[in-house]
Design a protein around this ligand. Sequence first.
Ligand SMILES: Cc1cc2nc3c(=O)[nH]c(=O)nc-3n(C[C@H](O)[C@H](O)[C@H](O)COP(=O)(O)OP(=O)(O)OC[C@H]3O[C@@H](n4cnc5c(N)ncnc54)[C@H](O)[C@@H]3O)c2cc1C
Length: 387
Amino acid sequence: MPTINKILVIGAGIAGPAVCYWLKRFGFSPTLIERSSKIRKGGQGLDVRGVAIDIVKRMGIYEKICNMRTQVELGRYVDAEGNILHEEKGERFAFRQGEDVEIDRGDLVEILIQALEGVPCHFNQWITSIKQSDNDVEVQFKDGRTEHYDLVIGADGLHSKTRRMVFNDDEYKLTNLGLYFSVFSIPNYLNLSHTEVQFEANQKLISLTSDKSPKMAEAAFCFRTQNVLNNIRDENEQKRFLRDTFQDFGWETSKVLELMSDSDNFYFDSATQVKMKSWTKGRVALLGDAGYSASPISGQGNNLALVGAYVFAGELKQAGGNYHRAFNRYNELLHPFVEANQKLGVLVNESTLVRDEVSQEVAEERSNKIMQEVEIAANMISLPNYE
Ligand SMILES: Cc1cc2nc3c(=O)[nH]c(=O)nc-3n(C[C@H](O)[C@H](O)[C@H](O)COP(=O)(O)OP(=O)(O)OC[C@H]3O[C@@H](n4cnc5c(N)ncnc54)[C@H](O)[C@@H]3O)c2cc1C
């Protein structure tokens, strides 16, 4: 039986630190590397919900997450002139129920990394090549150094380089749901207090949220467009695209776009789903968005990452380090959960960004439907107990 111990995990978002935590707890020796020079703090609040709540409880970090949770109390819909169309309480606005808890993405990443006692974490690090043999995986780091690992895990997000280096083009499919998404921080010049305000029309949405830090607000844009974005990885191009698309949109848009230039945590991406029959090949496995992005519109990316990390490490432990067996189980157990959440992403995508301004009836009807489906998808797996 193959013996597995030394594991390289690529990417310190949600999936990477989470799998390191479980691998360490189950007796393996993971090393985490991250391309950025520090924790990437960008992004909106993410909901931890469904079976992922059990996982963060088992990790002992649920209380910490609750202590650092977002505290948005009010969601407000406005029109192009800023007139209030209607308001909803924060929990309902974000489809939260029961023990669900929302936390800023950056805070969740930080909590996960703090839980990694004894796991080496190297920032400003990436690999340039990867070579597999029957016995191990040889990787080369950016400085030319080579190292051998028993397994390599790609948790490097939607645009995963690990996926591109290891899997053939016909082994994965990227489906752009036709939606783009951007988030960045700006000064809270509207003096919002624990409130999110959004204006939605013509398949475009802008929102401003101010929560725990009264001086800052989070601006978010979400939109469909026929315009073509030449290079989705180029920040200047992304900002130009955003300015072109939201020109003359109304409400606070012009001011927010002006303030965008000074923001230091600009994030932009398309709502893209990654579909693969198998997330493993040889001694390499993909985790989180790298293998099964359901897109930000699903609201389930972090939960898929948390569940995937737990199941991956747990199956490796259960199989006594027999990675063939563990990889098969990982693929088998996770597929129905991933498919349910990708379906949810498609549903939410179809129900949001309508052509007209949102009436109270439309908003309520769609909130009810989405809430029901979120509850089903977020619980679509029975978690094995690996302890
Ligand atoms: C800055 C940022 C902001 C986000 N904001 C939102 C949001 O507002 N709403 C939402 O729904 N989702 C957002 N996401 C996506 C969300 O985090 C994921 O859908 C989900 O949490 C799954 O996490 P993940 O760990 O698989 O991927 P990610 O959270 O994307 O993490 C991947 C990590 O891998 C690192 N990485 C990439 N390439 C390499 C490489 N070659 N070598 C080493 N490291 C690498 C990245 O820097 C990143 O830290 C955001 C992601 C990022 C990176």
